[in-house]
Design a protein around this ligand. Structure first.
Ligand code: E4P
Length: 221
């Protein structure tokens, strides 16, 4: 399972990239708007720091605008993946960009039908938003199951990138289903690391080591 960070925050990106945990990055206009930095400069910097694929989203809504923006974004680096919203013009843009050899990620996917069409158009990645479905009272993980099964049945090359992750259980579910990638907000990745029993266990080990050292002052490792 690949882990992407769903963030445009340089501090978090550097932190988890240095830990070797990040296989790629996803951004979107909302995440960029939170950073209060020039978005173009920020996107260039993220693409420079991270070796894996970095999804950068277009903001145009017509095929021609999306393709033009995609060409500009591709100049930021070789690892750029162009993120395109699910809509007829977006599918056309994906088709065109795929023919040009430009990798794309179809975003804002909320049904298996949309995922099938994204794959047929040639998207390298499809991003179902599970948290937003959960928010609306629908089980987001059911959608992942459907997409993974359909893509397997037909040997689609498109990778399933689980997006809109809200809690660590989403990651376990995505892994059990066999989704290719999960993209995580930094706070969820932080929560994957910690466990109260780990903290309790470490405190006990250190305490016992101190006792041992008191009894035998010359010991060491
Ligand atoms: C995916 O690429 C999106 O950036 C993201 O996962 C959206 O998640 P949200 O529902 O938390 O905004």
């Amino acid at each position: 399972m690949k882990i992407f960070l769903d963030s445009a925050n340089l501090h978090s990106i550097k932190k988890y990239n240095d830990m070797g945990l990040i296989d790629g990055i996803t951004t979107n206009p909302t995440l960029l708007s939170k950073e209060k930095e020039d978005p173009a400069a920020l996107m260039r910097e993220i693409v420079r720091i991270v070796k894996g694929p970095v999804s950068l989203e277009v903001v145009g809504t017509k095929t021609e605008e999306m393709v033009e923006e995609a060409h500009r974004l591709m100049k930021y680096g070789q690892n750029v993946v162009v993120k395109i919203p699910m809509m007829p013009d977006g599918l056309r843009a994906i088709r065109q960009l795929t023919q040009e050899g430009i990798p794309t990620n179809m975003t804002l996917v909320f049904s298996a039908n949309q995922a099938i069409l994204a794959a047929k158009a040639g998207a390298a990645y499809v991003s179902p938003f599970i948290g937003r479905l959960d928010d609306g009272g629908q089980d987001g993980t059911d959608l992942i199951k459907e997409i993974v099964q359909i893509f397997r049945n037909y040997h689609f090359n498109t990778e399933v990138l689980v997006a809109s992750v809200r809690h660590p259980l989403h990651i376990i579910e995505a892994g059990k289903i066999g989704a290719d990638i999960v993209t995580l907000p930094p706070d969820i990745l932080a929560r994957m690391i910690i466990h109260p029993l780990t903290d309790k266990g470490l405190a006990a080990f250190l305490e016992d080591w101190e006792k041992l050292k008191k009894e035998n002052p010359n010991v060491g490792i």
